[in-house]
Write a protein that binds this ligand. Structure first.
Ligand code: NOJ
Length: 734
């Protein structure tokens, strides 16, 4: 019977949704019927209640839940606390509509995984799916139904602290990661016990904030919006994401929270998104600060008519919507549609059948061994080896002495990174903890902070240098604390903060071989280190298993294979910097009157897609299945990658294209495919990519037709955005 239902559903193109774990499947039409039934019983106040989200479980809010005037909470976590609230909704409110409880489960709930920027460095979407699935399992067990993730903003400006939450600078990589995370959070069915409904945020172009200053203005062409900033959101929709969050920023003068064009025309019109949209925190009220609403009523009217269904904490909808409907300024249908969308997700989540969390399950699920093992694997796969001159790494395990220095070496808070859910430092193994667990007791270990992350004191530097002097090798752990990236954490300088550069230079001058371990939430300008320090490891904020993962890499128990998902600037003056730029009329040469700087090269310090390994890979034999590609055809691209070193290793093989001449300028390179593959020493693997005309298309001209133009294209297969085997092919006219 179930199979038949499934078949009918597939034939009709209908989606199916569970009504409970292991329970019978419910057709979306069934859900729609239930939604209509419920809607018909609701008063206007109860409808507005469904559109209202608050953050505190106060007596006043509990009373409002009883009256049906709150439909959602954010930040209430734990099976018991969430059940307390839910019980009020399902037992004491007139219509017994369950609450939807949301939380920022960005890179883990209790078991904290690498920050999203780090996870993108793994170039491993399956890993991202698995991490999100574990995060969802823990969150759901703790009474959470809805995560405000994935954050899918493209970020090309390292000053913007929220780059840490993103997959970096590239729309292709960003789209793959967006879809992978949505699938992980939502699983097969959001009613399942290990799933939550995801939320693609922040819609849209929040990452393009002027000057990298959080919440700042965004002014973008529609071309750039469609080519760069929208694709990960569209990928999230295609992956079935249930909700969206509108962004704080204004886009070309229209705040994202009141933007008809992005919310209605594109999201619901072009993409047919059926889920609901929540505002960002207080963003509806902020329409007054933006200067597009004179009072709360205007703010509420603009947001709801643009398509924002739920008011996150702003208390605007609860204040003004009823009056707006009564005055005829907001049509009843707008309210009904918003409530329909919200109720539909509540039904899909199975909340009417199983509204409460099970405290026993919560205890058994959080920090389960399998989750911690996955966190270790994720951390290892996210590490990027930036430099390894003289092959100092991996370090020998039989060192007689080692100095572990730096303010972050034994820090258990920083590895959690920003938005660390319910993660806690006690669950983190620091870098020095990881190293100590690996080494025999015979080794003489010296440990010193040297300085703080950001204070001006130089008091500990001399002592740290003394320890370096006494040791055979130094591991120096520098970077940013967890609160230096994320929301409201923009920086105008991208250097190592505080006196860390002084510490770095002083330890370097001791002459002891050293490894610089960077722990940070954004690309840092580390030009001096890149020039002087022989070994640099980018570890970002890797989560609870930071120490073991870094130690595994330092001592060769794991061969790093991550690649940068974002360009590293040499200096903040180069920002925004990204590989996929236009050629300009005067591409940089040594000539002064070309697009360059007088005082710094135009190239990044480390390019997008870059990362080393303890082994070496040789690329050869680029082949194309055809020299020409026309409508309906595929172009297959093959290359061979051989591990010519002595250790097994992973390589992220990347495919880039360039459209040489078109009606609009096209980027000098665009990522169109990648595969992370494991290759044994001496082994050669053949990698295959497929390009379709759609992959070569762009939004042309004023009518925004999405099409590929005839003409010559270049193609590269290689280890980064600046290297690779080169070929070419031609797109034929229709
Ligand atoms: C504001 C942030 O911009 C958003 O990302 C987050 O989900 C909400 N606050 C809720 O915490």
């Amino acid at each position: 019977m179930k199979r038949l239902q499934l078949l009918v559903g597939m034939i009709l193109g209908l989606q199916l949704a569970h009504s409970g774990d292991g329970g019978t499947r419910m057709m979306n039409t069934e859900i729609d019927r239930k939604v209509e039934e419920l809607l018909a019983k609701m008063t206007l106040e109860e409808k507005i209640g469904q559109m209202t989200q608050v953050a505190e479980s106060t007596q006043e809010n509990k009373a409002l839940v009883r009256q049906g005037k709150i439909g959602s909470f954010l930040g209430i976590t734990g099976a018991r606390d969430s059940n307390d609230l839910q019980e009020i909704a399902i037992r004491e409110s007139r219509l017994k509509i369950p609450l939807i409880l949301g939380f920022d489960v960005i890179h883990g709930y209790k078991t904290i995984f690498p920050i999203p920027l780090a996870e993108a460095s793994s170039w491993d979407p399956a890993l991202a799916t698995r991490d999100a699935r574990i995060a969802a399992r823990e969150a759901r067990a703790a009474g959470i139904h809805w995560t405000f993730a994935p954050m899918v903003d493209i970020a090309r400006d390292a000053r913007w602290g929220r780059i840490a939450e993103s997959a970096g600078e590239d729309p292709f990589l960003g789209s793959v990661m967006a879809a992978a995370r949505v699938k992980g959070f939502q699983g097969e069915d959001i009613a399942d016990l290990d799933a939550v409904v995801a939320c693609a945020k922040h819609y849209v172009a929040y990452g393009a904030a002027e000057a990298g200053r959080d919440y700042n203005t965004v002014d973008l062409s529609e071309k750039t919006l469609r080519e760069v900033y929208l694709p990960p959101f569209k990928a999230a929709v295609l992956a079935g994401v249930g909700t969206f969050m509108s962004a704080f920023n204004d886009l070309n003068g229209i705040p994202a929270t009141a933007n008809n064009f992005t919310l209605s025309t594109i999201l619901r019109g072009e993409w047919k998104f059926k889920g609901f949209v929540v505002s960002d925190w207080g963003a509806i009220r902020e329409l007054m600060n933006h200067g597009v609403a004179a009072n709360p009523a205007e703010a509420g009217e603009k947001a709801v008519t643009a398509g924002v269904d739920m008011d996150m904490v702003g208390q605007i909808y609860s204040e003004v919507l009823a009056g707006l409907v009564k005055d005829g300024r907001v049509h009843q249908k707008i309210i009904d549609d918003a409530v329909r969308r919200i109720l539909r997700v509540k039904f899909q989540l199975g909340l009417f059948d199983r509204p409460l969390a099970d405290p026993a399950r919560e205890t058994s699920v959080l920090l389960a061994k399998e989750h911690l093992d996955a966190a270790l694997e994720a951390a290892r796969r996210s590490i990027v080896l930036l430099k390894n001159d003289g092959e100092i790494l991996p370090l020998r395990k039989d060192l007689k002495s080692l100095a572990i220095i730096g303010p972050l070496a034994d820090d258990r808070g920083a590895p959690l990174g920003c938005w660390s859910g319910k993660g806690s430092p006690e669950d983190v193994i620091s870098v020095s903890g990881g190293i100590k667990a690996k080494l025999s007791s015979g080794i003489q270990l010296f440990e010193a902070k040297g300085c703080d992350v950001s204070s001006d004191s130089m008091a500990g530097i001399a002592e740290a240098a003394e320890m370096a002097r006494k040791s055979e090798a130094v591991v120096l752990v520098l970077g940013e604390s967890a609160d230096m990236s994320g929301e409201g954490a923009s920086r105008a300088y991208l250097d190592l903060p505080g006196k860390q550069n002084e510490l770095l230079k002083t330890v370097y001058e001791t002459g002891t071989p050293m490894v610089l371990v960077l722990m940070n939430g954004r690309p840092l300008t580390v030009s001096w280190a890149a020039e002087h320090i022989p070994v640099i490891l980018e570890t970002w904020h890797l989560g609870v298993r930071t120490g073991p993962a870094v130690a595994d890499v330092l001592f060769g128990d794991y061969n790093p294979g991550g690649k940068l998902p974002v360009s590293f600037p040499r200096t903040v003056g180069q920002v925004p910097i990204y590989y996929s730029h236009m050629n300009t009329g005067r591409p940089p040469t040594d000539d002064r009157f070309t697009s360059r700087y007088l005082d710094v090269p135009v190239t990044p310090l480390y390019p997008f897609g870059y990362g080393l390994s303890y082994t070496k890979f040789r690329y050869s034999n680029l082949q194309l299945s055809t020299r020409t590609i026309g409508p309906g055809q595929n172009l297959k691209i093959f290359a061979e990658v051989e591990n010519v070193g002595k250790r097994p290793g992973d390589e992220v093989v990347q495919l880039y294209i360039r459209d040489l001449v078109a009606s609009l300028s096209r980027p000098v390179k665009e990522l169109k495919g990648f595969q992370r593959i494991a290759i044994a020493p001496g082994e050669k693997k053949r990698v295959e990519f497929t390009l379709r005309l759609e992959d070569l298309s762009f939004y042309r001209g004023p009518d925004r037709e999405f099409a590929a133009e005839p003409g010559e294209f270049k193609v590269w297969v290689g280890p980064s955005s600046v290297e690779g085997l080169e070929g070419s092919f031609e797109v034929l006219s229709k």
